[in-house]
Ligand binder design. Sequence first.
Ligand SMILES: [Zn+2]
Length: 85
Amino acid sequence: MVNSNNFGSLKRIRKGFRRVVETELGEEQVCGSCGELWPTDAEFFNMSGNCMGYECKACSIERKLARVARAASLVKGVGIENGER
Ligand SMILES: [Zn+2]
């Protein structure tokens, strides 16, 4: 049996932080944020032109939401500490 979780065949591409693994399903990329393996596919990674994002869509959405939430709390400014009494 072949261990499908074989990280020994990692190959580095371009800038170095993208790691692509050949699995029995084809090429999969390690997400730069969560470290999970996802198929190198527009369904799982954001594509801009010929470039594939280094983090999966779930992570980039999460990051976007966090940014929006932070921006919203900055806009509110005062009033955040209401709960502490
Ligand atoms: Zn991820």
